[in-house]
Ligand binder design. Structure first.
Ligand code: SF4
Length: 324
């Protein structure tokens, strides 16, 4: 792997709720190299978005807490930074695009005001320079007639156009890392493909790294070099995209792959993963996937499988691949 932009080592995030403690991220470790695109995949509630928010130090405290582990961004310890240092990091060096652009965009300011605000604060551009840069950014993300649209409000844009505005804002300060949290989920299928192409194209052109969060393995097949699969707070499989698609080792990853529609499929029916995600307030003992796993053994119900390397660069946490 080349120089790492982001490294997570054994990160655990816990929430102290009235009903009890909930571990949303459990000992997660992975790294993203400069220029690499990394897809973090799993069903809702697996801990993907909490992992992203932990990287940005956006876990609400209380009730949440990054309980242990290390997060290194360009060699700097994110968890040791002051609030002021984190504010300087967010937007400028790590940017985030959310599933619902309206949650990040302000409805009472024009698109120009929102993007230029980031430019003027982070890059100290003059008013005129910022305006020019906003027009350039809107044009880069494919907003037609940007010089006319920049004084519009976000409610005047369609869902796909709002996501383009969000992307323009995220890319405005040329961050080293873009975190995209389900950026295409709320859009219809044709717009999804366009936004996905736009993100991957911009990432490549600007030489940034990408952490792409999605529940859809089909999406990461197009967008990412490397894949991490999360289930019920644990990272259960990690590896190069080609290796994961050609040779998946964890039964959960295999289940996700079987649920992707394929044109060359023998059957017209998809094979869903049986059951549903466990209750994280009362997770099962041992491997948390065991109630849904066709290969579950006694050992699986007793012991959490270790995350181990099963081939060069390919890791999985499953008792089928060695014990102890
Ligand atoms: S550890 Fe056991 S239950 Fe868990 S995925 Fe592997 S075989 Fe299935």
């Amino acid at each position: 792997m080349g120089e790492a932009v982001l490294e997570l080592e054994d990160v655990t995030v816990r929430f102290r709720l009235r009903r009890g403690d909930l571990t949303a991220v459990n000992g997660v470790s992975f790294a993203i190299a400069r220029g690499e695109t990394f897809g973090l995949v799993g069903e809702s509630g697996s801990g993907k978005s909490v992992t992203a928010r932990a990287i940005m130090r956006l876990i609400p405290h209380p009730p949440g807490e990054i309980q242990s582990g290390r997060i290194l961004f360009e060699g700097e310890h994110v968890l040791a930074k002051s609030d002021a240092e984190m504010r300087a990091l967010r937007g400028r060096r790590i940017a985030m695009v959310f599933q619902e652009p309206m949650s990040a965009l302000n409805p009472v300011f024009t698109v120009h005001d929102q993007i230029s605000d980031a430019l003027r604060t982070n890059l100290k551009l003059s008013k005129a320079e910022a305006r020019e840069r906003v027009i350039e950014l809107l044009s880069q993300v494919g907003i037609p007639s940007p010089h006319k649209r920049l004084d519009s409000y976000v409610h005047e844009f369609s869902g796909g156009m709002r996501q383009r505005v969000m992307l323009a804002m995220a890319l405005s300060c040329s961050p080293s890392l873009l975190i995209a949290d389900e950026p295409t989920t709320a859009l219809d299928v044709t717009i999804q493909a366009t936004i996905l192409e736009l993100i991957t194209g911009m990432i490549e052109r600007l030489g940034m790294s990408l952490l792409f969060i999605t529940h859809n393995l089909g999406v990461v097949a197009h967008a990412c070099d490397k894949i991490g699969v999360m289930y019920a707070s644990h990272l259960v499989e990690l590896g190069d995209k080609r290796e994961i698609f050609a040779n998946p080792q964890h039964p959960y990853t295999i289940g996700l792959l079987n649920s992707i529609p394929r044109l060359d499929a023998q059957s017209k029916y998809l094979t869903p993963i049986q059951g549903s995600v466990c209750n994280m307030m009362e997770p099962p003992t041992g491997c948390k996937f065991h109630p849904r796993c066709a290969h579950a053994m006694d050992l699986c119900r007793r012991e959490v499988p270790k995350f181990r390397e099963i081939a060069p660069g390919h890791m999985a946490a499953c008792h089928l691949h060695g014990q102890g």
